[in-house]
Design a protein around this ligand. Structure first.
Ligand code: A3P
Length: 305
């Protein structure tokens, strides 16, 4: 962009060459998949996106259950259990496909991993109903690693889980430090009482989908029968959603050709506590320590099993 200084490139790849390069934008670490200029241009477009009164937003750090929740909210807004044939990426602000978010019919269920300050400027003015979903950091780390280790795209990470975990602890992964993202949203809620935000946890949605789906329905102001909530929970169960994703969707990132042979893709395991199959005792101790310090004072108590 004319007149703009080229930002400093921060190469945070580890000694084995695994990881990513970044630049800083508005105090945030942004991964460079093409160029910083392209990224800044993408952010500018997102911030200028014309919001509609009936838009909704799902905000989440990667791997907290965005695809799942997106489908649930789509069904609630449609009042039926039909899977949305579109991939959620067109509605995912920050993804290349979202440049065409204008073409989506209303009501749009937008979603994003971007920090609030990079989202459309009119979020608060338009009182965009926002659902913020979190997941325990240990499962997030495993799910995130499995995704990027399985992908063939520029996002891919060919190192081991241990190598990834070091970068995760330091926040040198696309999306930055999980705790920073969460704390930013807590602050946004506090600073913007006019922005309606519902906070959910992946583990609660998993444990009691029907009750959580009702909570979402109340929040978005749709009246639904208990029966429909049960049907939506069933249609959005892990197995059904995975099959629907493979069979029905206009694929983008979730398409099989974007993943290494034999990899399960986004719909990998869908469980609480899979971290136990990945994290060593020593890593777990370090994890507990990092989590305790990073989330101190937030009042958040994650569920790990
Ligand atoms: P795992 O990798 O642990 O299986 P996101 O959509 O934010 O990228 O999150 C992806 C994670 O949500 C993956 O976790 C995926 O399997 C899980 N997920 C997707 N649909 C789910 C469902 N219906 N029930 C439980 N988990 C689901």
């Amino acid at each position: 962009m004319e007149g703009q200084q080229t930002p400093e490139i921060l190469d945070y790849r580890n000694a084995n060459g695994h990881g990513w390069s970044y630049y800083k934008h508005d105090g945030l670490l942004r991964p460079i998949f093409t160029t910083p200029e392209n990224d800044m241009e993408m952010i500018r477009k997102v911030q200028k996106l014309e919001l509609r009164d009936d838009d909704m937003m799902i905000a989440a750090y990667p791997k907290c259950g965005t695809h799942w929740l997106w489908e649930i909210v789509n069904m609630l807004r449609a009042g039926n259990t039909e899977y949305n044939k579109k991939s959620k990426e067109m509605a995912m602000l920050g993804a290349p496909k979202s440049e065409r978010a204008d073409e989506l019919p209303s009501p749009r269920i937008l979603n994003s991993h971007l920090y609030f300050r990079l989202l459309p400027e009119k979020m608060v003015e338009k009182k965009i109903k926002t659902i913020f979903i979190m997941r325990n950091p240990k499962d997030v780390s495993v799910s995130y690693y499995c995704m990027i280790n399985g992908m063939k795209t520029s996002f891919r990470f060919d190192g081991t889980y241990s190598e990834y975990l070091n970068l995760f602890f330091e926040g040198k992964i696309p999306g930055g430090a999980y705790a920073d993202y969460v704390k930013d949203w807590l602050q946004v809620k506090q600073d913007n009482p006019d922005l309606p935000v519902l906070t959910l946890f992946y583990e609660n949605l998993k444990k009691d989908p029907v009750r959580n789906i009702k909570t979402v329905a109340d929040f978005i102001g749709v009246s639904v029968s208990d029966e429909l909530c049960e049907q939506i929970a069933e249609a959005c169960s892990f197995k059904k959603l995975r099959t629907a994703d493979t069979d029905l969707k206009e694929h983008v990132v979730t398409a099989p050709e974007n993943w290494k042979e034999g990899h399960k893709g986004i719909f990998r395991k869908g469980e609480v506590g899979d971290w136990k199959n990945w994290i060593t005792v020593a890593q777990n101790e370090r994890f507990d320590d990092v989590i305790e310090r990073a989330f101190e004072g937030t009042g958040i108590a994650f569920t790990y099993e």
